[in-house]
Design a protein around this ligand. Structure first.
Ligand code: NAI
Ligand code: MG
Length: 499
């Protein structure tokens, strides 16, 4: 159940064998302290690389570089079409290194190569190209003010949409490069500059990507990467007075701290946080589509998705049939090392996550839940957790209320539409929800009543780069992707003139 590292592409193997600095002001540098930290392959628990352990001093240097690149560099004032060309070049370069980067990500995050290729590489290439298109389409509006208290003068007003400045971005480990590109692409399109701190568990593909920035023509200091821990490097970035906006994806717990800190200095703040998304299956739902779709909603990416469908509510008339189908699906998933071609699900990202997820499963069983399938850790050294379904759960259980962020589904029957709505809305989270039915009136009655940033119908977890994504309640503030990402990286300047 360990990776056969001889299967790595030569370029990936070469990258893993090298030392990795941080990108600050266009140069790769060690941490000022000289410290490094290990990166681990979760199939074996073995160390595979060492990266610089950046701290406050390094964050300071990176913010200084980003500030200089924004305040006096060419990037914010460059012609939009030139910025677009740089984004397109970056996309081409990433595409050219697709095999290498997917391999590195699979070894580092434990996810299969087709998974990292599709979501970390291909989707990132697409987003860079999508955002290249936006660079030339950012614009303000014109107004004809009446100003009734100055009757004898005509006025004209317009708005400019300007970059917010230096963005501090902090990303998680579940889809590491994709999460980083969701932050980097809109920064580049809008003419902002940035300091990015990737998750300490999975910094490698962000570092590899950062090596492509100079070649693509991104000027020094526009994108700076500081690797390090959340409580030191991450916190220093959030508290830095020269940062204008924080863009964070991660846990609700840390999101709340970041929102409070950002508030002290009134930074812009976009937060993509946790979820406990409900899936509601109605009596007329198509069995095959529903079983396959809901099972993948929780087991896809090992359940390590903020919008994973982690709570299943099925109308009581279909409950046994749908749950039996999902349990069978779970039994059929082939666990194995990320690099093996026949693996369908690899390990979780780390020992910490494995312990956390198994702890949740144990707590559910202790509180009276029934283990319908899964629940075991599979190997001693790797971070595997079997796809798991818990039945006989009650609303107050931790496994029902809290984000587990692993392949663990809780299942409960419901009586009618009102009951389904009440159950769907009863956690603190509000990221996603899905409705499984062929009845269009059920869909339209439900959509306005669900507390969620995204509602899916007969599908789940489907994100598109053009479609805004984000949460309500404790799942976050603001939206990423689409035009919303441009709005969240720009400020309006209003100009009013007397004619
Ligand atoms: P986390 O929220 O602690 O880490 C996410 C990022 O924030 C990492 O880059 C980390 O270094 C940074 N960070 C941590 N503390 C910070 C601080 N005080 N100031 C600034 N940055 C800080 O998430 P963690 O501990 O890796 O995972 C714990 C749980 O969080 C997971 O089990 C899952 O439930 C949830 N989570 C949700 C994610 C999502 O996409 N919504 C992603 C990752 C985790
Ligand atoms: Mg944490």
């Amino acid at each position: 159940m360990e990776n056969d590292l001889s299967m790595l592409s030569p370029a990936a193997a070469q990258f893993l064998a090298a030392d990795h600095g941080m990108l600050i002001g266009g140069e790769f540098v060690a941490a000022e302290s000289g410290d490094t930290f290990p990166v681990v392959d979760p199939t074996s628990g073995k160390e595979i690389a060492f990266v610089a352990k950046g701290e406050q001093r390094d964050v300071d240097a990176a913010v200084k570089a980003a500030r200089k690149a924004f305040d006096s560099g060419p990037w914010p004032i460059m012609k939009p079409s030139s910025r677009a060309r740089v984004l397109l070049k970056l996309a081409d370069l990433l595409e050219q290194h697709a095999t290498e980067i997917a391999d590195i990500e699979s070894v580092n995050s434990g996810r299969t190569v087709p998974n990292t290729r599709a979501f970390d590489v291909d989707l990132s290439v697409d987003y860079l190209r999508y955002m290249a298109g936006w660079a030339t389409k950012i614009h303000g509006e014109t107004y004809t003010p009446s100003v009734p208290y100055v009757p004898d003068t005509d006025f004209f007003s317009y708005t400019l949409r300007e970059p917010v400045g230096v963005v501090g971005a902090i990303t998680p480990w579940n889809v590491p490069l994709c999460q980083a590109i969701w932050k980097i692409a809109p920064v580049l399109a809008t003419g902002c500059t940035m300091v990015l701190k990737p998750a300490e568990q999975t910094p490698l593909t962000v570092i590899r990507f950062s090596e492509l920035l100079n070649e693509a023509g991104v000027p020094p200091g526009v994108v700076n990467i500081v690797t390090g821990m959340g409580h030191s490097a991450g916190a220093a970035l959030v508290e830095h007075p020269d940062v204008n906006k924080i863009s964070f994806t991660g846990s609700t717990e840390i999101g709340q701290i970041i929102a409070a800190k950002s508030g002290e200095s009134l930074k812009h703040c976009t937060l993509e946080l946790g979820g406990k998304s409900a899936m509601l299956v109605f009596p007329d739902a198509d069995a095959e589509i529903t079983i396959q779709g809901t099972a993948m909603a929780i087991f896809g990416n090992h359940g390590q998705n903020c919008c994973a469908g982690s709570r299943l509510y099925v109308h009581k008339d279909r409950f046994d049939e749908i749950v039996a189908g999902i349990v069978d699906f779970a039994k059929g998933i082939k666990l194995g090392p990320a690099l093996s071609p026949d693996t369908e699900m690899g390990p979780l990202v780390s020992k910490v996550q494995q312990k956390r997820v198994l702890g949740y499963i144990d707590s559910g069983v202790e509180e009276g839940a029934e283990l319908l399938v899964g629940g075991r850790k599979v190997t001693q050294s790797g971070c595997y957790v079997e796809p798991t379904v818990l039945g006989n759960v009650t609303d107050d259980m931790k496994v029902v209320q809290e984000e587990i962020f692993g392949p663990v589904l809780v299942v409960t029957p419901f009586d009618d539409l009102d009951d389904a709505v009440e159950k769907a809305n009863m956690t603190k989270y509000g990221l996603g929800a899905s409705i499984w039915t062929k009845d269009i009136s059920t869909v339209h009655r439900l959509v306005p009543r669900l507390q969620a940033g995204t509602v899916w119908v007969n599908t789940h977890n489907v994100l598109d780069l053009a479609v805004p994504f984000g949460g309500v309640k404790s799942s976050g503030i603001g939206r990423e992707l689409g035009e919303e990402a441009i709005r969240h990286h720009t400020d309006l300047k209003t100009v009013t003139m007397a004619l």
